[in-house]
Design a protein. Sequence first.
Length: 353
Amino acid sequence: MTVKDSKTEKVKKFLNLVGKRRLWIQTHDIPDPDALASAEAFRVIARHFGITARIVINGFPVRRENNALIKECKIHAHSIDAIKIRSAKRSAWVFVDCLPGGGNVTLHPLAPGDLFLAIDHHGRPDDTWKTNPKAFVVADPDVGATATMLGKLLLNLKIPVSPRLASAITYAIITDTQDFSRGASKDDLEVYGTLFFQTNQKIISRLRNTTKSRSYFQTVYKSLVNTYTYRHVSWVFIGKVDGREFPAEMADFILSCERITWSLALGHTPHRLYISLRSSQPNAQCGQIIQKLVKNYNSTAGGHNQFAGGFILLDVSDNPEIISALLIKRFLRLILRLPKYAEIPMGTSLVSK
């Protein structure tokens, strides 16, 4: 790895500007392992520069695996609602695995302020940031995980990596890339291979083998009996979910079914309809397709070739089941390339009810 690359130098320049400001590290809402590991990695980097930083999040994870990561790797995260900021000019922000204004992160009323850094492996930075000399963006859409970018920073800066942090980063890489089968790059493999020998394998084992609640299996059952397939395409409206984690998990799970190359999963909370899209085809352009699905809705969505996600903000009068049905029809027309007036296939149940 090159020690003096542009991304490392940009991070160093940002940290030198932080000075005596208070540094807040924020993930996207309801963080996954990639966001959590990246946040902890940057906290360690900031400490190396003599800066004390605090990790803040909006919405703690629901999945037990993600909560286990917080516990096992001792990641101290605080609710953004509980922090007090008196002056925006006395604070600096770091956004990991998200971009401020991207829609998947709830900002503090005084954020992002006049000095902030965003580190992400997906999403498009706002062009107006280029005119702000104190807005730093480190983006790399070619890697499969933001944790890979943070791992490279740690290695480039020659900062010692503890076994628990190495475990968090490597676990984040293998989960975000689906064991290097989805969007993985040479950098992902290189960072993983370098840090693997510093991991605590007992921690990794516990993360991979967490127990699940009975309600989890009830939701899995509900998802499977409501999954439909047509040719190589599958889709499911799960109904009410605890957060965006479950639709993403089910989209991944159903994609593993034989002969299925496309998977769409939808689920809703009282205020949001979450959408997760997956494909096993390397050049599927899921990110572009999901943008077409949510067009004309109050929404945020994005992704890569093989996976994408987003949500639609729901009004009190909105019926998530009706909206989901319309999105599924759009999805099938796009993927199956159906003519405008062609009948939408009903599909067959994946499993018997």
